[in-house]
Design a protein around this ligand. Structure first.
Ligand code: PRP
Ligand code: URA
Length: 218
């Protein structure tokens, strides 16, 4: 099985992504736009959710009605994934939210887990992993592995910007996970050669550090 990769290319997403990329965009605006893009991405990522049919009574007649059959889990990867939750949650208020705390070790770029409150048994049928950045893919692979160990059956990754390296790593490690991203960028920054160079493992052109830009930290 090969992973299905969805790059949005939707005009609204491309327009809003430009605001996120802009170094002049302040944290308040950045958070607003992360929220808006996340709703649009989740709309695309949930187009195959299961439905049950039932008859609904309107003031005039009866009509074919539909209800979602699968319980959804929103899984934001802390910190940067937090900004993706609220907007999506408003669209699907019965979803459960399960936080996973991971940070990337600056030197090794390997994910380090620091928070996980998943219950022993899975409580949802579809998990949407929310993380704006898919860079080396280490954090996404670790999150999906955790969810699978938990017993999650259908997992989708929803991100704003991906690097080709992250797409490759996630799709090879978890080919059953659909990957929905706003855009796939060019490459990752290499190891710095001098003091003025950016740190390794950042998406180029990207938007910088998604956590710092949302929370105003440097
Ligand atoms: C960022 C981002 C991802 C990770 C992506 O988080 O939100 O979780 O990096 O990189 P990867 O694909 O190479 O693993 P970061 O570790 O900076 O933590 P933060 O969100 O708490 O700032
Ligand atoms: N994490 C970020 O926030 N930005 C990147 O470009 C890579 C990882």
């Amino acid at each position: 099985m090969a992973a299905r990769i969805f790059q949005s290319n939707h005009p609204l997403i491309l327009h809003k992504l430009t605001i996120l990329r802009d170094v002049q965009t302040n944290p308040k605006k950045f958070r607003e736009v992360v929220r808006e893009i996340s709703i649009l991405l989740a709309y695309e990522a949930t187009s195959d959710l299961g439905l049950a049919e039932f008859e609904v009574t309107t003031p005039l007649a009866t009509a074919q009605g539909y209800t979602l059959t699968e319980k959804i889990g929103l899984v934001p990867v802390l910190r940067a994934g937090l900004g993706m939750v609220e907007g999506i949650w408003e669209m699907m208020p019965t979803a459960e939210v399960w936080h996973i705390g991971l940070y990337r070790d600056e030197r090794t770029l390997k994910p380090v887990e620091y928070y996980n409150k998943l219950p022993i048994n899975p409580t949802v049928q579809v998990c949407l992993v929310l993380d704006p950045m898919l860079a080396t893919g280490g954090s996404a692979v670790a999150t999906v592995s955790l969810l699978k160990k938990w017993g999650a059956q259908r997992i989708k990754f929803v991100g704003i910007i991906a690097a080709p390296e992250g797409i490759k790593r996630l799709s090879e490690a978890h080919p059953d996970v659909d990957i929905h991203v706003g855009v796939i960028d060019d490459h990752l920054t290499p190891d710095p050669k001098g003091p003025g160079d950016p740190p390794a493992g950042y998406i180029v052109p990207g938007l910088g550090d998604a956590g710092d830009r949302q929370f105003g930290t440097a």
